[in-house]
Design a protein. Structure first.
Length: 165
């Protein structure tokens, strides 16, 4: 199955445009991950505290309160829409690489599953199913690994010389 376009065959200016776009997209993506780390939401307990609060702890380091339904709706809505668009755009670009169809299928479908599991899991944690916190951590890690792999394959093809036609 051949791709309708190959990134390696694009003109240098278009390759530059895509490269700059991906650098800026990655700055946004990884600054979001830095924010997650700053809110201690990289562990199951940190995720639970971030959404359900910790006001019942005797001496919490940082006092956090349970998010309201409006806050949860805003968080889930904005993150699902924006992260889905990130993976849609990187997925289109990934399909323009010379990677195998299986690899491209995995790296373009898995992030959407991870978005659903991550933010569905966050909602379930918020309503009291705290055991989903470990699943949220795992899906978040898979989502980030998928992003990094897709980016590396795309950048690798951006650096390739066009094929001779």
């Amino acid at each position: 199955m051949s791709s309708p376009f190959l990134i390696k065959d694009l003109s240098a200016p278009i390759k530059s445009f895509i490269g700059v776009f991906l650098v800026l997209l990655s700055i946004g993506y990884f600054s979001g991950l830095a924010f997650v780390a700053q809110t201690d939401s990289t562990t199951p307990q940190g995720i639970e505290e971030n959404y359900n609060g910790n006001e019942y702890e005797v001496e919490p380091q940082v006092l956090k309160f349970k998010k309201s339904s409006r806050e949860m709706l805003t968080i889930i809505h904005t993150h699902v829409l924006s992260i889905t668009m990130i993976f849609f755009l990187t997925g289109i670009l990934l399909w323009g690489t010379e990677q195998s169809v299986l690899r491209k299928k995995i790296l373009t479908i898995e992030p959407f599953i991870s978005v659903l599991v991550t933010f569905g899991g966050i909602y379930l944690i918020w309503i009291g199913y705290t055991f989903f916190s470990i699943i949220v951590v795992i899906s978040g890690v898979l989502m980030t690994l998928s992003y990094l792999l897709a980016l590396s394959f795309i950048f690798f093809d951006l650096l390739k010389k066009p094929s001779r036609s």
